[in-house]
Design a protein. Structure first.
Length: 173
């Protein structure tokens, strides 16, 4: 995939730059982000490696360019080597629930399908994350399954996940 940049009315999605990890570390380790992502807390060096090693992108406020969240696109571990990519992301709490995720998903997924980056996008959502469940359904993702005790939550307890996906032929935009 070529260098990525997607611009929406309120966001710019771009590749990570120096200083992004420092600007986003507090949010990455916050209870708000980890409640529905089940990420372990990380050090600054670990977070720098995470956004350097994973196919990661930074979401920035279009007005002032400040980093406000991360987006991850990696190989789908369930559909291994099929051209399916797992998509996941998070915003700083003050930017959540403002329609930014739906604003970015349509042009992003359309661009990635057009560039041949993926044949299918998949994601998993924790059952208690009503906002993400609504987002997946609004964007046209289809529920494919429900896995019992599929990952450990932020407290190390087993958590269920709901699986969603969208193929290029299913894409409504």
């Amino acid at each position: 995939m070529t260098a990525m940049k997607v611009v929406t009315p309120r966001l710019i999605i771009r590749e990570p730059q120096d200083g992004d990890a420092e600007a986003l570390l507090e949010a990455r380790n916050s209870e708000f982000v980890n409640r529905y992502n089940a990420y372990p807390k990380v050090s600054l060096e670990e977070f720098k490696e995470e956004i350097r090693e994973l196919p990661s992108f930074v979401m920035t406020n279009r007005e002032d360019g400040s980093p406000i969240g991360c987006l991850y696109l990696k190989e789908d571990p369930i559909r291994y080597q099929t051209g399916s990519k797992e998509i996941a992301g998070w915003f700083k709490e003050e930017y959540a629930h403002k329609g930014l995720a739906s604003e970015l998903l349509s042009p992003l997924i359309k661009k990635l399908f057009e560039e041949g980056f993926a044949r299918r996008f998949a994601t998993h959502v924790l059952p208690g994350n009503a906002a993400s469940i609504r987002l997946m359904e609004k964007m046209g993702f289809k529920q494919e399954g429900y896995l019992k005790e599929a990952l450990l939550d932020e407290n190390g307890e087993p958590s269920d996940v709901i699986l969603y996906s969208m193929g290029k032929d299913d894409c409504p935009f």
